[in-house]
Design a protein around this ligand. Structure first.
Ligand SMILES: Cc1cc2nc3c(=O)[nH]c(=O)nc-3n(C[C@H](O)[C@H](O)[C@H](O)COP(=O)(O)OP(=O)(O)OC[C@H]3O[C@@H](n4cnc5c(N)ncnc54)[C@H](O)[C@@H]3O)c2cc1C
Length: 464
């Protein structure tokens, strides 16, 4: 009873008609009917064009789950209306989605309830003094660059799509370090600002690494900085350069480490429709200043032979346009998982050897249309003023000390899924064992761990 009167307060006449339904029905279709009453014209049902467009825009096939309906809010007020209504439907199952880039099934979509798709919250505004960019949570980074580049402004953002590790991260930290304010819809349906100096400071800190379940973020206010062109792009090499690549990474992490340099070093394996294999190495590199071929990246740019290079001076929009296509929705199944550990020159070749064993096992199966990639990545620097919930100890140097091995596995044939998932779990287990034996585990929230452990950068099969 209390429940209904709370709902009736301030509700629209249509919702008043719907209230008896609330106490009687717990199935997703009645929840969808209620949401479409409170948000007329903004709820998509199976078979409609907008339902299909939203459903097929998830990065991987496992993310496309077929919810009972998809709510398509276009403002924070719309989100507040949805959340406030759902809060009064205790059995409602719902999921929140911004870019839909997380490939883990059930993280940003639901097979049974309502998916709240925030893609229309994609506005980007710059404050009159240029110091803050306010970005809707449904925007992609390329939308942000298109507004900021003409102003010669930058924010710490993902290199492509919606990510949090950026070309500027080695010197300027995480994307979340540079969020000065979150606009958040709380479970009550209230819209609040959460930042380090207001009553929601705890929420602000928790959101920086906390992932979802804390509220629905509808806008990020990001600190900007002046920036023009910088050097970067892709450099590809044959597989035969593998050992030279590892040696270059060890040099890069050594005493002459340059915090303006950023690299993702990838070892690629692709199989053709007839199962024959092709291997190569790819370095995606950036230097945060307009310096061509800087010393900090020479260990990589000197490696020969090379297959192709797109390294040049360009702005963020140009780099996003080059790199984004690889991040768009694709018709493959995806596992994207990682292990983070303390870096030593000795551990790198040992991790690489485990990867090569895995690759050999897969190659023997002659499975067709696979793309498997091992990427070595740095962890962004820890800024002294940064307040977030990553669990890095104070005065630590994750950029120097930690290291991330990322495994991206793509395949097209659903009948391979269970075998690839088992093999991927063995791969991760073997690397975690290796890291544990070498006493190189990290205890920040970026570590991997057993199901139910802390949230990871990216994990397979874990529900959040
Ligand atoms: C190929 C690939 C490469 C990647 N590389 C990087 C990388 O280099 N650096 C990096 O940092 N990350 C990387 N990621 C991880 C990626 O950044 C995360 O998956 C990120 O969550 C994607 O953002 P999204 O808006 O698409 O989230 P979604 O996939 O839409 O959602 C991810 C999670 O966040 C929740 N969520 C989404 N929006 C909101 C919101 N507004 N409020 C509250 N909760 C919300 C969802 O419910 C879900 O649990 C990569 C992922 C892939 C697949």
């Amino acid at each position: 009873m209390r429940f209904i009167s709370a709902l009736v307060t301030g509700a629209s006449p249509l919702l008043l008609l719907a209230t008896p339904v609330l106490t009687l029905n717990t199935d997703p279709s009645s929840h969808c009917a209620i949401i479409s009453l409170v948000l007329p014209g903004k709820v998509a049902f199976p078979g409609s064009e907008s339902y299909n467009a939203s459903g097929t825009s998830y990065f991987g096939l496992q993310g496309r789950l077929g919810p009972a309906c998809i709510a398509l809010p276009s403002s924070a007020d719309d989100v507040a209306t949805i959340v406030g209504t759902l809060a009064k439907l205790p059995d409602a199952v719902f999921a929140i989605r911004s870019g839909g880039h997380s490939p883990n099934p059930g993280w940003a979509n639901t097979a049974h309830g309502i998916t709240i798709d925030l893609q229309s919250l994609n506005e980007v505004h710059v404050s009159s003094d240029g110091s803050i960019a306010s970005v809707g949570s449904g925007a992609c980074w390329v939308d942000v660059h298109k507004v900021l580049d003409p102003l010669e402004l930058e924010v710490i953002r993902g290199k492509f799509w919606q990510r949090g590790i950026s070309a500027f991260s080695p010197s300027r930290g995480w994307a979340c370090d540079n969020v000065v304010n979150f606009q958040v819809v709380l479970a009550s349906g209230e819209i609040v600002d959460a930042n380090d100096s207001n009553e929601y400071a705890d929420l602000s800190i928790a959101l920086k690494c906390g992932q979802n379940n804390l509220g629905v973020v509808t806008r990020f206010d990001l600190r900007t900085f002046r920036h023009g062109l910088y050097w970067g792009g892709n450099l590809a090499y044959p597989d035969s350069t593998g050992e030279a690549q590892l040696a270059a990474y060890i040099t890069f992490k050594g005493p002459s480490y340059d915090p303006l340099a950023e690299i993702e070093q990838s070892f690629m394996y692709a199989s053709s429709p007839n199962g024959s294999a092709y291997r190569s190495c790819l370095n995606t590199m950036f230097y945060a200043e307009p310096v061509v071929n800087p010393n900090g990246l020479r260990p990589f740019s000197d490696i020969q032979p090379q297959l192709f290079s797109t390294m040049r001076l360009a702005n963020a929009t140009a780099f996003a346009e080059e790199l984004d296509p690889g991040q768009l929705a694709r018709s493959t199944y995806v596992i994207h998982t990682s292990v983070t550990f303390r870096f030593t020159p000795e551990i790198l070749p040992r991790v690489f050897a485990v990867w090569k064993d895995f690759r050999r096992r897969i190659e023997l199966t002659r499975m067709a249309n696979l793309t498997f990639v091992l990427t070595f990545m740095d962890i962004p620097t820890q800024l002294p003023h940064s307040r977030k919930s990553f669990g890095f100890p104070p005065n630590s140097y994750p950029d120097r000390e930690l290291f991330l091995a990322l495994f991206s596995l793509h395949w097209m044939d659903a009948s391979y899924s269970s075998m690839i998932t088992i093999e991927a779990r063995i791969l991760i287990r073997d690397i975690e064992d290796l890291v544990a034996d070498a006493d190189l585990r990290t205890h920040s929230c970026m570590r991997t761990g057993p199901p139910g452990g802390k949230i990871q950068y990216a994990d397979m099969g874990k529900r959040v």
